[in-house]
Design a binder for this molecule. Structure first.
Ligand SMILES: [Zn+2]
Length: 473
């Protein structure tokens, strides 16, 4: 008798569990966020901004077949394939999916602590129009690689990831960073993390020239690239050592610190003071720019993070996706920024914008990223759109800013034959926006659908799935 009851109760419990697990759809399933996924999709009566910097073309049709752009051209010139999913888009524009180069899957959650937010961040990046991104250094070890694989396998939603290894840095105060011992250690680390799945590297503020040289050599042997947020090594030294990319425009340059000791970081603030004092029209700056251009060192603009440090700037969008604690933490930090009357950034923020323009004018490859670090407030997706707006504020035309955020990233990654522009044969990575960002760059905020490999994703569903909870996972 007792035995029967126990079995019955157990059976009930199991069935209740199964119902709980099986009945409601999995809220994390990629299918929840998909708006279209057809063998052939046609976007028509749409404005095309192709990412090359060419003028926008009105009244276009894009035929997407099996994840690729099969045809693009004037509405009148293209015969609609039968059986296609036809989406009429008057008043909308299509730009290439963003290819962003200084993204992270972590966020400052407490003093010196970076929370690993891979899944929620991946959704926000995609919602903002990012279809490919490099993580510019990781503070966890393997999450970025696993996420890259799971997104590729269709198990999770997010951009295609160029997953960067844990930072290559010397001893530092960062709890979540390894400290290299010497050049031989740098070689071991580079190879270890490449074996683990890293597809690029990021050198950091306390690395020595020998360690940087060793890292670059090992990475290049494997066909991988190295970027750096430097301090101990100057931009000029890094260019001579063969680095591929430098982060943060000219905000991290220590080339002009008067008593700079080799291999020693004089402090980020001293570097920035030296840049704020530098004659941007003088020969020393021109010589540095020339060296970077001659050595094919790309530069990544991350104006978004510096905007959060600069007094008098508008507050960032997207804060309501954060947990209430993280939102409040940022708002307190932002008040301190607003009250800082002697901030170097008041001078340096607009000056760096001009310096980035000078780098491009001299023939340099400028890419874009957001860097969701600092004291917070740089929210993936929202900040990617803001970064394009800030490039326009820096003096680039909207078409140039869009090309920096799409084609230039693809060019750096060596993937420009596949992604970064809109043309027949390219992968169908596209952002459909309301309005015309070729004239009004702020229209990049008005994303209707993000298309990755021909599949349409709904940004509002992606954002709603994480709202109020970013900071937890
Ligand atoms: Zn960063």
């Amino acid at each position: 008798m007792h035995k029967t009851i126990v079995v019955a109760v157990a059976a009930l419990t199991v069935s209740a569990l199964l119902a709980a697990q099986g009945q409601p759809p999995n809220p994390n399933a990629p299918s929840n966020f998909i708006t279209f996924n057809s063998p052939v999709t046609v976007l028509t009566h749409v404005r095309v901004i192709d990412g090359t910097g060419a003028p926008a073309r009105a009244n276009q049709t894009i035929v997407i077949r099996d994840g690729r752009i099969a045809q693009v051209g004037d509405v009148a010139a293209i015969t609609l394939p039968s059986g296609a999913n036809i989406i009429d888009l008057p008043g909308r524009s299509v730009i290439p999916g963003l290819v962003m180069m200084h993204e992270h899957l972590y966020y400052p959650t407490g003093p010196g602590v970076y929370g690993q937010l891979g899944e929620s961040f991946a959704r926000l990046y995609l919602a903002g129009g990012v279809t490919t991104m490099r993580t510019g250094g990781n503070t966890n070890g393997i999450m970025d690689f696993n996420l890259a694989r799971r997104i590729d396998a269709g198990e999770m939603v997010g951009p295609t990831l160029d997953a960067t290894a844990p930072y290559l840095n010397g001893p530092s105060p960062f709890l979540q960073m390894y400290g290299l011992k010497d050049a031989a250690d740098a070689r071991r680390q580079a190879n270890y993390w490449a074996d683990m799945g890293a597809t690029s590297f990021k050198a950091y503020m306390q690395i020595t020239r020998d360690e940087l040289k060793a890292s670059i050599e090992e990475a290049h042997k494997r066909g991988l690239k190295v970027t750096g947020h430097l301090c101990s090594v100057t931009y000029g030294e890094a260019a001579d050592l063969g680095i591929d990319n430098l982060e943060h425009g000219f905000f991290a340059a220590t080339d002009f610190v008067p008593d700079k000791q080799p291999d020693v970081c004089p402090g980020q603030a001293r570097g920035q003071e030296s840049m704020a004092a530098l004659d941007e029209n003088g020969a020393p700056f021109a010589a540095l720019v020339k060296k970077l251009v001659d050595r094919h060192v790309a530069l990544t603009s991350t104006l978004t993070v510096f905007e959060t440090f600069t007094p008098g700037r508008p507050g960032p969008r997207g804060l309501d996706v954060l947990t209430p604690q993280l939102r409040e933490q940022f708002e307190r930090a932002h008040e301190r920024v607003e009250q800082n009357a002697s901030s170097t950034y008041a001078t340096l923020f607009p000056k760096d914008m001009r310096m980035e323009r000078a780098f491009v004018k001299a023939g340099g490859l400028l890419t874009a990223g957001i860097d969701p670090t600092g004291a917070g407030g740089v929210v993936p997706g929202f900040a990617d759109q803001r970064q394009l707006e800030l490039l326009v504020e820096a003096g680039f035309t909207p078409l140039e800013a869009i090309a920096i955020g799409t084609r230039n990233g693809a060019t750096y990654l060596g993937r420009d034959a596949v992604i970064g522009t809109i043309a027949a044969g390219k992968q169908a990575d596209l952002v459909i926006v309301n309005g015309d960002p070729s004239t009004t760059i702020a229209d990049v905020q008005r994303v209707q659908t993000v298309v990755k490999k021909g599949v349409g994703y709904d940004p509002s569903k992606l954002i709603a799935s994480v709202t109020g909870r970013v900071g937890l996972w």
